[in-house]
Design a protein around this ligand. Structure first.
Ligand code: SIN
Length: 484
């Protein structure tokens, strides 16, 4: 009799956020069986929390080249042009595919998709659903489809903590509960690592476990020093600490004010610039927060933000919102090519777990959900071309190690926060959590300031490092590589 804990599938997908669900659905649409491993309930994935939307050049005055230009400008000389070209050319197609899958994006009365404006975009380009409930709506719809799809087996409350390797390839995974999946390929869509920082907009599970798992199995990581801080996370409001107030609200005219009620930054500059301006003002004045003023913004456009803050006692139509930067998005991750292949055969990564080089040193707003779908479709196609899992091989098991403690989260916030120094970063090299040590090593190696990585001891951008990515090899060595 077959062992029920041993599952055979064409693909094993780790993570049931936007990227994982979409990879699974694309593979199933191609007739392949999928084991979809989800550690959390769906409401805890970072995608579910996403308020922004999908950046896609679909407006009448827009085109892929303009989107690419904005992506590269925001990325501060580090965006991999080939990755940006793929994203910007293919994002509109993916939006239409999501509509076909039943996602209802917001439209005007004539049925034309409504587009919002976010920081760093030269025009309105972000499609959304339910105002600022895009992540929730998309994940809910894709989850419903995945649950009904006979080719997708969902392993709920299962934590992939082991990769199975044989003949130099990844041939499957095992979960903490004893279930194991053998597959042609494993696609890691386990989200990012921003909850490793003490103040974060992310759900508590965003601890980089997919990156750590891949790294311990022999994959390469890249650009771990580039962690994006979102400028407007709520601070000092009981029960709502770190709640993200979408940038789209600034796109509709909300302003950032200092303690005297004065504006001090272009609210729609790229995120690194706005976050640094807020951080520096708070350091100078000793204040804990700046104010986001959305009193002039139509509250019906952002019902979930308005309701959430009302529950916390803030009436956004009459009151200011106290905000400060918080860790939000890991631009680095598992090094992948433009088809989501890592440098370990049979192992793929998509979304925030991956680093294609698309985001460079500072991600353009709402490129992240688009990335999940563009590279998710590519991953499903490429992974299904991998050779079938060989039978009878005894795999090596590479297990995830290390626990994240509050001390690690505090250390990353203090030493790998908005402004960094050599002395602080060196302290991270002693951290008990392996990924924190790798983040410290990457940030130490990059002796310049660029995008989200600001070194007080190296305040200038070193143009010699343009297009040059930080690589962490499986032996822990950090080097630089130019990506075209
Ligand atoms: C936001 O809506 O401000 C966040 C969306 C994103 O991270 O791009």
């Amino acid at each position: 009799m077959a062992d029920a804990s041993q599952i055979e599938a064409e693909l094993a997908v780790v993570g049931a956020g936007a990227a994982g669900l979409y990879v699974a659905l694309c593979a199933a649409a191609a007739g392949a069986s999928v084991a979809l491993v989800s550690a959390t309930t769906l409401a805890q994935t970072a995608s579910y929390w996403a308020q922004g939307g999908l950046a896609a050049a679909i407006g009448p005055d827009d085109n892929a080249e303009l989107h690419e230009l904005d992506t590269e400008r925001a990325g501060r000389g580090l965006v991999r042009p080939s990755a940006a070209a793929v994203l910007c050319a293919e994002a509109p197609e993916r939006v239409h595919d999501l509509e076909r899958l039943g996602v209802n994006f917001d439209t005007d009365r004539a049925g034309t998709l409504s587009l919002s404006l976010e920081g760093g975009h030269s025009l309105r380009r972000v499609v959304h659903s339910g105002g600022s409930a895009t992540g929730r709506r998309v994940v809910r719809q894709l989850s419903a489809l995945a649950a009904q799809e006979p080719l997708i087996e969902v392993l709920e409350h299962a934590r992939a903590d082991t990769l199975l390797l044989a003949d130099g390839r990844c041939i499957g995974l095992a979960c903490g509960d004893g279930r194991a999946v053998r597959a042609r390929a494993v696609v890691v869509c386990a989200g990012g690592a921003a909850a490793l920082w003490a103040r974060t907009t992310n759900p508590p599970g965003s601890l980089g476990s997919g990156m750590a798992l891949a790294y311990h199995a022999g994959a390469q990581l890249a650009d771990l020093e580039f962690l994006q801080f979102h400028p407007t996370a709520v601070i000092g409001v009981a029960g709502r600490e770190g709640y993200l107030v979408t940038e789209a609200i600034r796109g509709e005219g909300a302003r950032l004010l200092d303690a005297d009620g004065e504006r001090f930054v272009d609210e729609l500059a790229p995120r690194d610039e706005v976050s640094a301006a807020i951080h520096d003002l708070l350091e100078r004045t000793g204040a804990k927060a700046v104010s986001l003023d959305m009193r002039e913004v139509d509250p019906t456009l952002f019902p979930n933000v308005v309701d959430t803050l009302a529950e916390a006692g803030i009436d956004v139509t009459t009151q200011l919102i106290p905000v400060a930067p918080a860790a939000h998005f890991m631009m680095g991750g598992i090094t992948t090519d433009l088809h989501a292949r890592s440098r370990l055969a049979g192992l793929y990564a998509v979304g925030e777990s991956a680093c294609t080089g698309l985001h460079g040193a500072n991600r353009l707003a709402s490129n992240s959900l688009s990335e999940c779908f563009v590279f998710g479709a590519r991953a499903a196609r490429a992974a299904l071309e991998e050779p079938a899992a060989a039978r009878g091989l005894t795999p090596n098991c590479v297990e995830l190690v290390g626990e994240v403690t509050q001390a690690t989260r505090t250390a990353l916030w203090e030493h790998a926060g908005l402004r960094r120094t050599r002395d602080g970063l060196e302290l991270l090299l002693e951290d008990p959590y392996p990924l924190a040590r790798l983040i410290g090593a990457c940030a130490l190696a990059r002796e310049e300031s660029r995008g989200a990585h600001l070194r007080d001891d190296h305040p200038r951008t070193d143009t010699e490092l343009d297009a040059t990515h930080t690589i962490v090899s499986p032996d822990g060595a950090v080097s630089f590589e130019r990506w075209e």
